[in-house]
Design a protein around this ligand. Sequence first.
Ligand code: MSP
Length: 651
Amino acid sequence: MSEKKSFYVTTPLYYANDELHIGHAFSTLAADILSRYQRAMGRDVYFLTGSDEHGQKVEQAAKARGLTPLEHTDKLVEKFKSLWELLDISNDDFIRTTEDRHKKVVVHALNQLWEKGDIYEADYSGWYCTPCERFWTEKEVPEKICPDCKRSVQELSEKSYFFKMSAYQQKLIDHINANPGFIRPENRKNEVLGFLRQPLGDLCISRPKARLSWGIDLPFAPDYVTYVWFDALTNYISAIGYPFDMEKFNRLWPASCHIVGKDILTTHAVYWTTMLMALDLQLPQCIFAHGWWVTGEGKMSKSLGNIINPRELVARYGLDPFRFYLFREMVFGMDATYTEDNFVLRYNADLANDYGNLCQRTLPLLIKNREGIFHKKQPALPQSLEIAQMATQIKADYVEAMENFLFHDALKHIWTLVQRLNKYVDETAPWKLAKEQNFEVLDEVFYTIGEGIRFCTHLVEPFMPHLAPEFLKQIGCAEQRVSLSDLAWGQLPDGTSCTEPTPMFPRLETERIQNLKKGGKPAAEDGKKEKAAAPVKSEVNEDGLISFDDFLKTELCIARIETAEKVEKADKLLKLTVNIGSETRTLVAGIADFYKPEEIIGRQVVMVKNLKPAKIRGIVSHGMILAAATEDGGLALVSPDKLAQTGIRVK
Ligand code: MSP
């Protein structure tokens, strides 16, 4: 992505008018993951975030709290910083638009453009929305209602200062067309090009002090302040020394990537880029606009009471699962819906069952049978060879995804390997090899597993900076780390000794979640330093027997069949909706040869509740009902012999 020596990545500057929610945390986490990945690839990274502190909203929020604007933003900035600390954000700098180092650069830029004639004075009239701090044209507000906040707008005409944005329209279109990776993803690029098909107006950059005093004075018009975008966007160059420390500036500029949400793409892709053109500065290499996190009720907003607080989630589930979830669930660039149920499903499936369990089920066997030591063997089993080759390909796919900001794809690739490794454990059954004392093969199998854990852990580290080192410690190679760029299969040294694993991702059972929601002990002790819970016994027994604890992992419950219908073009399948007390599930069951839909509606059956959802004939089936073959070749559904409570656990 970047040919420059340095990789300079930025987040938006967050408005210092309110606390931050998961949407804001997401922009910063994306920049953090990117920074950690780039550092691990050996690049010199500079990661900037900060706060946007001027403007009417901030002024109003301060007034409401009986504080001066700066007292108000000082307090909020502390909260922002403490959130970034909690989320372990690895930024190199935090810029506040109220700092002198920033304000003097804004003044410098304003003077430059004023002298050049790119800022001019004119009358501005339009319909003004006070809460949104913006003018609308007559056409845009036929009902005199702000299209954004739906409050009424007032007609205003005043002397203003304008930036000649229109002068750069064609140059910008040409730049976008000549640089395919400049605005990403592709659909957002097309949106910007669509916007640029209309004649671009000039940008009003001033507010009279009579209406807004909380801003940066225009050096050529003392009764005016510059407002919002001209001030805030300049942070990307003011923080890195422009124009007073050009050595630093030249080392870092142009930015490798501005990460922004889709709502502020135009301001970045059009206002900012034309400002840079006017200042004769290079354009950033990439502007990436990600989508929004919404909840079941739509957009997160205080008035709807549906704000998701990142601190709560970290306290409840631990920092790394939180980071993982956000980036596994959202296709970077698209919107995603947050629900806690979905969080728990992903946690249990991907973290507890797949990644965590890979260590839990194998390392105790290594300790028991080979004194915890990995003996390096050349792969001889076809599956070991396959995994070695697969890992090399997975790394290449992962790098390709990360270089293109496809975080969800990068995680998907890692999990393909994690799941293949779990399957390999099932296929090779190391407990059997140990019983047979087939140590040659057993060592090969353990080496493949240990190497697989090490390999996946290095790849996942930018997403899970706390637990990855713990995983490496468990397999005994915390000291022999390699950089991501050098990571290759087979680097786990011969004779590496593992330690007794502690569960990193304790499974979230329904009762446990209720307890966590009530403020019980979280999965991790605190968000920053995740501590693993007490060790649990190995889940695999050499005789194929499982412990009672393991049995309890399968959640069986009583389900009541509410509806049943045939699945089109699938003779054997019925689509059922079942009531399990707390929710209604859809599932597909292969029972159509034995039961007619009307025969089973209203019946109570036993269902496996915590099975991963699967798509069957295009239907997402979430759960499995139990049945047994009858002596005459039929099928009998398993049901309670008396009426039981719907949804209750079967144990
Ligand atoms: N201050 C401006 C940005 C100036 S950049 C020089 C601003 N601030 S903001 O606090 O309102 O938003 C900051 C970022 O948070 C934006 O990228 C925005 O898209 C992101 N998010 C706010 N809510 C969000 C979600 N619900 N989901 C994902 N990101 C969203 O705009």
